[in-house]
Write a protein that binds this ligand. Structure first.
Ligand code: AMP
Length: 435
């Protein structure tokens, strides 16, 4: 099925073709015709499935149907709510890219950016607002924004908005919208609170399900390194340096941890930047730009900051700390292996985190393969998870021995899926990488 066959107009077909897209992705195929027909849609789709175009393209087309070029100032007719500033920037970029040949205007309303510029932009008027909920509520409190003309509401990554505690904001915002409107909701997972939110916001929604929730991408190879906490940094530096990884997204649990690891990696000679919620919007944008254009090879990020990042062909994701919520593992490793490309997800897991690994394996309903000999003191991870099926050895990831650059197998550097081999002698904790 082509983009033409799903009913997009010529301007949008042109924009899609400029992007080099030839066929709609599954979520686009399933959702776009219903959205164009004016139906409410509940879509189960993760980042990386093409969901942004899946709602942006039909939203633009719907807005063009009743577009009044003489309306001044422009009225907000579509509202897209997203959990993070980065995702807002990406959605706005999509709106501008796909709407390039259309006379519609869009503004981004997010925290961490100048409120005065936003007030000016809102006064000037626009057709589409892409917003994070907190800043939008601030503008509502001060009556800077009029939402009484909103015809379409889109909740993107609704599950994450709930995880981040934005439900009260969402309730407030939806309470200020006209009752008669079209609603679209995108969520990677279907928890009970998501179902409840959907039942309150959506009217007779069409359910669209593209990637089964809680399943990680087929294109991502996963590997666990059992390692003592104090050796994680040396192992990470070594893996990056010895494999010459050029673009690595590293997840840590805390903002402080992100700053600390960024500094340590820089000390180890690795170009790194940190991305977390305590950084100014300018610093966040800069860190992301540096990472995207290759000025830094490592981006150390917290879950919230990294949510929704769309970086083409991101090859490596590292869980430096395991996430507290097992679903976040899926979101994290979904940053790699996109659009058919191969990705590698590596988790450095200490003994204290074994229970978190167990939770993840329970959710995935499979064991993650473990590196038997990391070259550091042995750590036993008894996850106690049900293990229906083992994964095959990830050959690329175990190719080389850390310290002596010998073929891995010669030194017994194998994963649990192979026969046990004699363990190499533990070595010093900080000597992971020679420079
Ligand atoms: P998203 O899931 O919206 O984050 O999109 C993931 C990536 O897929 C983005 O880089 C899009 O530019 C890209 N994309 C979206 N739709 C298509 C398509 N039909 N064909 C190829 N790539 C696409």
């Amino acid at each position: 099925m082509s983009f033409k066959a799903i009913g997009l107009n010529d301007e949008l077909l042109q924009a899609v073709s400029n992007q080099g897209y030839t066929t709609p992705t599954p979520v686009q195929k399933q959702a776009i015709p219903h959205i164009l027909a004016g139906k409410d849609v509940l879509a189960g789709a993760q980042t990386g499935t093409g969901k942004t175009a899946g709602f942006t393209l039909p939203m633009l087309q719907r807005l063009m149907e009743n577009h009044d070029p003489h309306q001044k100032p422009r009225r907000v007719r579509a509202l897209v709510l997203v959990p993070t500033r980065e995702l807002a920037a990406q959605v706005l970029e999509s709106v501008q890219t796909y709407g390039k040949h259309l006379p519609l205007t869009a503004e981004m309303i997010v925290g961490g950016a100048s409120i005065n510029n936003q007030i000016r932009a809102l006064r000037h008027g626009c057709d589409i607002v892409v917003a994070t909920t907190g800043r939008l509520c601030d503008h509502m409190n001060e009556r800077h924004i009029n939402l009484s003309n909103v015809e379409m509401l889109i909740l993107d990554e609704a599950d994450r908005m709930l995880d981040m505690g934005f439900l009260p904001d969402i309730r407030r915002i939806t309470g200020n919208l006209p009752k008669q409107r079209q609603n679209l909701m995108f969520s990677a997972t279907y928890s009970a609170p998501i179902k409840e939110l959907a039942s309150k916001i959506l009217q007779n929604p069409i359910a669209v399900e593209v990637a089964k929730p809680n399943i990680t991408s087929e294109n991502v190879s996963e590997l666990v390194y059992p390692i003592q906490k104090e050796n994680k940094r040396a192992l990470l530096s070594y893996l990056i340096g010895s494999n010459n990884w050029q673009q690595v997204l590293v997840f840590v649990r805390t903002k402080h941890g992100a700053d600390r690891l960024e500094k340590q990696l820089i000390t180890d000679g690795i170009r790194s930047a940190a991305l977390h919620g305590d950084k100014s919007q300018g610093a966040r944008t800069k860190a992301l730009d540096f990472f995207k254009n290759g000025k830094v090879s490592v981006l150390v990020a917290t879950d919230i900051a990294a949510r929704g990042l769309d970086i083409d062909t991101l090859p490596h994701v590292v869980n430096y700390d395991l996430p507290q919520v097992p679903e976040d593992y899926i979101h994290r490793i979904g940053r790699t292996g996109r659009a058919g490309a191969k990705g590698h997800a590596i988790s450095l897991v200490s003994e204290e985190e074994a229970h978190l690994l167990g939770d993840i394996e329970k959710l995935l309903k499979r064991h993650l393969p473990q590196v038997e000999d990391t070259g550091y003191p042995a750590v036993s991870l008894n996850t106690m998870a049900a293990a229906p099926k083992k994964k095959p050895v990830q050959k690329e990831a175990v190719k080389r021995d850390f310290r002596h650059s010998k073929p891995a197998e010669k030194k017994g550097y194998v994963t649990r899926d192979k026969a046990p081999a004699s363990r190499s002698k533990p070595q010093g904790s900080r000597g992971g990488r020679s420079r």
